[in-house]
Design a protein. Structure first.
Length: 325
């Protein structure tokens, strides 16, 4: 057991070392000389998309998260499956993602101005930031210079993405393996303030939590009753707001819900099981915590955006995000 723990610590440290080394290749204004209008084009196109479909902000933010946690922020989530390979986007946890067409639209606009210069990985990072900002959410500096990976394997998704049923110990270990700490965990979980979820991601908490037809005792009983009116035990299609009442606004209401034991997922409830994450939830379950949350979210997103990046001569700059060159 002690040896296993040493191996785990070693792997986490190696992962953090690789993250920090590669991230040094990123910098603000990376395209200042090669494509000075790149960020302005991304912002303009994202604004046009959001004006028509503001609900895309949540899935695009989630897409960026899912990309970075598997192979690092290398746009591997955007690659299409081939006859011989099932890509990440076709793995079960990613089947509900939306917004690929929007990323392609932004990429095409940038390509017209500066062909073969700006990576899909950088575009995804920028669109995620701009989409959140347009919902009155946080904004953050996005260091650029990521290169696109040429490998995308669906089997790697399940080993890297934290599922909604993880407990706090599993969540902290998963985030630590990516160079993120407990504060990053609770801050980035705040992204659940926007968007929706399929019933199937949490119905186990409503109908058969321990296998005897019971509900999760950590979920408010009144909320259980309300959710049961929306979701049957076998429902796989209905969408439920993760932050009812303000799911289109980037605010701290998510923490208010979690504090009231009304977070949808086991992973939301888990934030109350750790002293550090619980303290953050409690302090931000008030209007006063809003400014601090936006500031913290910005910092954690910058950290997340540096996970396992390819820089320099690594990878490539894809011409089309769904295909390697």
């Amino acid at each position: 057991m002690a040896f296993s723990k040493q191996i785990l610590v070693f792997l986490v440290l190696v992962g953090i070392f690789n993250i920090s080394c590669n991230a040094q290749g990123l910098k603000l204004g990376f395209y200042k000389k090669t494509c000075p209008s790149a960020e302005a084009i991304v912002k303009k196109e994202t604004a046009s998309i959001m004006a028509v479909a503001p609900t895309l902000a949540a899935p695009i933010l989630r897409m960026h998260f899912h990309d970075c946690f598997v192979r690092g922020c290398d746009a591997s989530i955007l690659l299409n499956s081939t006859t011989n390979n099932q890509a990440e986007k076709d793995s079960f946890p990613n089947l509900s993602l939306r917004g690929y067409g929007s990323i392609d639209r932004v990429k095409s606009a940038v390509e017209k101005k500066c062909p073969g210069v700006v990576s899909c990985a950088d575009i995804l990072a920028l669109v995620a930031r701009d989409a959140v900002s347009l919902l009155n959410g946080a904004s953050w500096p996005v260091p650029l210079g990521r290169r696109d990976g040429n490998v995308s394997n669906s089997t790697e998704v399940l080993f890297n993405l934290p599922p909604p049923f993880f407990n706090i110990t599993q969540l902290k270990a998963n985030f630590a393996s990516k160079g993120l700490n407990a504060k990053d965990l609770v801050v980035l979980s705040g992204g659940h303030t926007i968007g929706t979820s399929h019933c199937s991601s949490f119905t186990n908490r409503l109908y058969n939590f321990t296998g005897v037809g019971d509900s999760d005792p950590s979920l408010d009983s009144n909320y259980v009753a309300r959710l049961k009116t929306r979701c049957s035990a076998t429902d796989t299609t209905t969408l439920v707001e993760m932050d009812p009442g303000s799911f289109k606004t980037f605010d701290t209401e998510y923490y208010t819900l979690v504090a009231k034991r009304r977070g949808l997922f086991t992973s939301d409830a888990a934030l109350l099981a750790d002293s550090e994450t619980r303290a953050y939830v409690t302090s931000h379950a008030t209007p006063q915590g809003s400014k601090d949350f936006l500031k913290d979210f910005a910092k954690s997103m910058v950290k997340m955006g540096k996970i396992g990046v390819l820089t320099g001569s690594q990878g490539e700059i894809r011409k089309t995000c769904g295909f390697i060159n």
